[in-house]
Write a protein that binds this ligand. Structure first.
Ligand code: AMP
Length: 222
């Protein structure tokens, strides 16, 4: 029996993938918020879940540490940028938009920063972000010169401390921006989570993987 390993990250992606798994007849037997285990069994002896950091999901799937995973489009684009600009270059197959963990990537600035005239006057903008590739492509297409500052978290702090003029970050309700006196000035792209599959596993474990992908597809359309 070949075992299928599904990589998920804790939080929104895990929580919103559970109903899709359930629709495919798969119940995860442990609650990651209550257990420290990183490998979770399911009611299906041939399916297990591994918990990894969100930005590591494509890496696990690429190198076969997991056969498939669920990851945000933002994470996928940033990962693909290191592999010839496309996830296919990394041996990843992305058959499905699961329509979960929806949000958007936006540009935000301090409420008192005049973004429009900074951009119009051709000023060099200092932009802090975790999404360097998305930000670089967006500002290049607009013809705006930017100095990109890579951060790994708490992006909202950057404009408040003078580290940057603007941030590029995920926005969902907008409450985090509001709480930090920042305003969204441009919407770069809409984000949702994708199913990502190891291309070699797709050949070696074709039947069980196909069944799972088809079940996810049906649950997504329901
Ligand atoms: P919100 O206050 O609802 O706009 O959420 C914004 C905060 O949540 C930011 O710190 C984002 O990085 C994070 N966030 C929002 N949506 C997502 C998502 N789908 N996946 C991961 N992080 C998210």
């Amino acid at each position: 029996m070949s075992v299928l390993t599904l990589a998920l990250s804790k939080g929104r992606i895990f929580d919103e993938t559970l109903p899709l798994l359930r629709a495919a007849g798969i119940e995860v037997l442990e609650d990651p918020e209550k257990s420290r285990k990183l490998i979770l069994a399911t009611n299906q002896p041939d399916v297990r879940v591994v918990l990894v950091r969100a930005s590591d999901v494509p890496t696990y799937v690429q190198y076969g540490g997991a056969d498939l995973g669920v990851t945000g489009l933002d994470t996928l684009i940033e990962h693909g940028a290191n592999w010839g600009g496309a996830v296919a270059g990394a041996g990843l197959y992305t058959p499905l938009d699961l329509g979960i963990a929806k949000c958007r990537v936006s540009v935000a600035v301090r409420a008192d920063f005049d973004y429009a005239s900074a951009v119009r006057q051709g000023a060099r903008l200092r932009v802090a972000t975790k999404y360097v590739s998305i930000a670089r492509d967006f500002f290049a297409a607009k013809g705006v010169h930017v100095d990109l500052i890579k951060l790994y978290g708490s992006m909202e702090l950057a404009p408040l401390t003078g580290l940057a003029d603007a941030i590029v970050d995920l926005v969902s309700t907008g409450n985090t921006l509001k709480a930090n006196h920042l305003v969204e000035v441009e919407r770069i792209m809409d984000i949702s989570s994708r199913l990502v599959v190891n291309q070699a596993a797709l050949k070696l474990k074709q039947a069980p993987l196909r069944r799972l992908i088809d079940a996810f597809a049906q649950a997504t359309q329901a």
